[in-house]
Design a protein around this ligand. Structure first.
Ligand SMILES: C[S@@+](CC[C@H](N)C(=O)[O-])C[C@H]1O[C@@H](n2cnc3c(N)ncnc32)[C@H](O)[C@@H]1O
Length: 381
């Protein structure tokens, strides 16, 4: 694969020394510069390279800029990452989310050896290598080759790469924990991923595991949602949480545990409109479940608030659901601090809430008296 035949060590060492686009172009061959420029603040790498007479019309320069523009959006420390094509770049797990997933495994399961099935070009393997000795399995030859380069460039610990089919040749060995990230393109259900997440769960059932599933998957016990920049970036199945659903937001806060009635919770007033502000919770379909219970329908406007409006007149009896604004960033046992409860909203309120609660991570819509009980992770700034 010609997109991989480059001097990656040289590109890395230049990027470590400078992120100035002109220095990068001066110090690297055009194809290497095509890889490196997207990791700098150059606004139009292709235009910059075409000004160079040596570049001419080299089609590989265009391809490399396209691939690495996608990769660079997802990485901070891991520059550059070898990547054979744009599809692999699209499937790459972003650095921050990969690290949140790896920390989740380390904190919950510990252990020393980790299996990473369907490892692609290695976003998750690299993050896992910060805590584990990693055994990565990838079926595609060019991705496995890129992963070997990336492990050489950026892994913190040992990463062994096996080019193999994870289902036909399920790896055996001494793994203490496992991660799997099957291809999800076009899949809406866990059995439709390639390989099926349901099959991976069978194979990994004896190990503590984290398996990515399509974001549309129904939330069930053992679902973890990892979000960043207000977007869901990974929805996973795990056997490491027995709470209803854990949400790892971009702040790495995790809400989980047995529901409890907060002692001083006031009874809610009638709520005609409820807002689910946190996109992770929204996309994890908790809102949909709520809507069904409330006999309400969700009005979803892409890119804006999701309001749940009750159908017809507000019911005679106050609904058993409230909006709670929960302060995240505290640690320890017991219910988290409820900042607000039973908020009744109109559109102006929504805009005001958005503003005043932007420092809070989660606006949690729950049944009255039910609230996740324990905050596990500390906020990271
Ligand atoms: C979503 S990508 C993984 C991305 C990866 N986590 C990363 O950060 O680069 C899914 C990968 O699963 C691989 N794959 C699909 N079926 C497989 C199988 N049966 N055995 C091993 N790998 C497989 C694909 O080639 C693809 O690279």
């Amino acid at each position: 694969m010609r997109t991989l035949d480059l001097d990656w060590e040289r590109i890395k060492s230049v990027l470590e020394e400078t992120r100035n686009p002109e220095d990068v172009v001066r110090r690297l061959e055009p194809r290497e510069a095509a890889v490196a420029l997207p990791y700098t603040d150059c606004t139009d790498p292709l235009e910059r390279l075409r000004r160079d007479p040596n570049v001419g019309t080299d089609p590989l320069v265009t391809v490399l800029v396209t691939i690495h523009t996608k990769v660079a959006e997802k990485v901070e420390d891991w520059a550059p990452l070898a990547c054979p094509d744009t599809r692999a770049a699209e499937e790459l797990t972003g650095e921050a989310v990969a690290r949140a997933k790896a920390r989740f495994l380390r904190d919950r399961a510990g252990g020393r050896e980790c299996l990473d099935l369907c490892a692609g070009i290695g976003g998750d393997s690299l993050a896992l290598s910060e805590h584990y000795s990693v055994h990565s399995v990838e079926r595609d030859g060019s991705r496995a080759r890129a992963l070997r380069v990336n492990a050489r460039l950026h892994a913190q610990g040992e990463v062994r790469v096996l080019e193999a089919d994870a289902i036909r040749e399920p790896p055996t060995g001494d793994a203490d924990v496992a991660h799997a990230d099957p291809s999800r393109r076009g899949a809406r259900r866990p059995q439709e991923t390639r390989p099926p997440a349901t099959r991976l769960r069978e194979i990994l059932s004896d190990l503590p595991h984290l398996i990515e599933v399509p974001p549309a998957t129904e939330t069930r016990p053992g679902t973890v949602v990892f979000s960043r920049a207000r977007e869901v970036r990974a929805v996973c199945w795990t056997n490491l949480t027995d709470g209803a659903a854990a949400v790892v937001s971009e702040t790495y806060a995790v809400l989980e545990g047995t529901p409890e009635v907060p002692k001083d919770a006031p009874r809610p007033n009638r709520v005609s409109y409820v807002i689910e502000q946190d996109p992770a919770v929204r996309k994890a379909r908790l809102s949909t479940t709520l809507a069904e219970e409330l006999d309400a329908y969700p009005t979803l406007v892409p890119g804006s608030e999701s309001l749940l409006a009750t159908t017809g007149e507000p019911p005679e009896d106050p609904p058993d659901h409230v909006v709670r604004v929960v302060k995240v960033g505290e640690e320890g046992e017991g219910p988290p601090t409820v900042r607000s409860i039973g908020v009744r909203l109109n559109r102006r309120d929504v805009a005001r809430l958005r503003k005043s609660y932007e420092r809070y991570d989660v606006v949690y819509v729950t049944r009255a008296g039910k609230l996740p009980g324990r905050i596990v992770y500390e906020r990271e700034f």
